[in-house]
Ligand binder design. Structure first.
Ligand code: IPM
Ligand code: MN
Length: 354
């Protein structure tokens, strides 16, 4: 059944504008093939919003996102707004929209593609069959605790409530149930009180509601090691905000490039934010060489999770996979002299849509 959907588009800063501009034609192509109509509504967030409106998340952007069916986001931040003493920062806009939409679960799949195995610094034999989803808690913890700063000290408070832990663990466990039925919860319970609460709540939720899903606890430091030494051992990983941020940049090296990792930020409702896990990459911004696949794959997650268009999502994922098989690589993956541009990579995906 053809649908009409309103998608708020937030290109943001740096390569954000380029990768989002390359992704919209992919969404248009899939809409055209299936008779859907997507309205794209572009708004400012991050550094560009600071420049134009004085704030990283203008009220109009948040309101539009609240009314939309889904949000596609590029990246925020850059050297122009990175003065450590600045009162407003682009990243605050991203945190505020995640919080404002109640998107507490950030889903980050890590599935190395056969054609990109050589791009990973990890031995290929360790990577075959790796299929992990990290569910990162997104609206709590040290990111959102009170901050203080004086001439002689500074502090960031890390706080978690039982409800915040329960809901993200439920999302992760429900996902594990649809996969291989294994959940790894990552914390630092040997040191942090928030982690001890995390572990207690996780044990209870899993015992009471998910007896069919196996549960394993890992300390974050040893998890960082196991992720590289035996990545096949993991199915779904659930962890707090900061640990999830760090572990997923690490996990991206299993896939060969940060430019391949997509994400979906989900809450209780249908609206979600879909964005690559990478940042605004100011060093390569404006050159047209950024890898658009992570954003295109995020758009596929948008179709699946917010619009219920599973076949369309799968068709984009298959097209990206085919483009990778054909070695249509941007500079992050290509051999010297073999790289295609951002738009060429996106075009290769469009040509391969079933
Ligand atoms: C991410 C990013 C953000 C985060 C930054 C830009 C605030 O690193 O989405 O992983 O830390 O959440
Ligand atoms: Mn990050």
């Amino acid at each position: 059944m053809p649908i009409h959907a309103d998608i708020v588009v937030l290109p943001g800063d740096g390569i954000g504008t380029e990768i989002v501009a390359a992704t919209l034609p992919v969404l248009e192509a899939i809409a055209h093939r299936h008779g859907h109509r997507f309205g794209f509504h572009e708004h400012d967030i991050g550094g560009i919003a600071i420049d134009r409106h004085g704030v990283p998340l203008p009220a109009a952007t948040l309101e539009a996102a609240q009314k939309a069916d889904a949000v596609l986001l590029g990246a925020v931040g850059g050297p122009k707004w990175s003065d450590p003493n600045a009162k407003v920062r682009p990243e605050q806009g991203l945190l505020a929209i995640r919080k404002g939409l109640g998107l507490f679960a950030n889903v980050r799949p890590v599935r190395p593609h056969r054609a990109a195995l050589g791009a990973s610094p990890i031995k290929s034999e360790l990577l075959e069959g790796v299929d992990i989803v990290v569910v990162r808690e997104l609206t709590g913890g040290i990111y959102f605790g009170d901050k203080t700063r004086s001439d002689s000290d500074a502090s960031d408070l890390c706080r978690y409530t039982v409800v915040e832990i329960e809901r993200v663990v439920r999302s992760a466990a429900a996902l594990a149930r649809t996969r291989r039925g294994h959940l790894t919860s990552v914390d630092k319970a040997n040191v942090l009180e928030t982690s001890r609460l995390w572990r207690d709540v996780t044990n209870r939720v899993m015992r009471e509601e998910f007896p069919d899903v196996t549960l394993e606890h890992q300390l974050v430091d040893s998890m960082a090691m196991h992720l590289l030494s035996k990545p096949r051992a993991y199915d779904v990983i659930v962890t707090e905000n900061m640990f999830g941020d760090i572990l997923t940049d690490e996990a991206s090296m299993l896939a060969g490039s940060l430019g391949l990792l997509a994400s979906a930020s989900l809450g209780d409702g249908k609206v979600g934010i879909y964005e690559p896990i990478h940042g605004s990459a100011p060093d390569i911004a404006g050159k047209g060489i950024a890898n658009p696949y992570a954003t295109i794959l995020s758009a596929a997650m948008l179709l699946r999770h917010s619009l219920g268009l599973e076949a369309e999502a799968a068709s984009i994922e298959a097209a990206v996979s085919d483009a990778l098989d054909a070695k249509v690589f941007t500079a992050d993956l290509a051999a010297p002299g073999q790289a295609v541009s951002t738009t060429q990579a996106a075009q290769a995906v469009i040509e391969r849509l079933a």
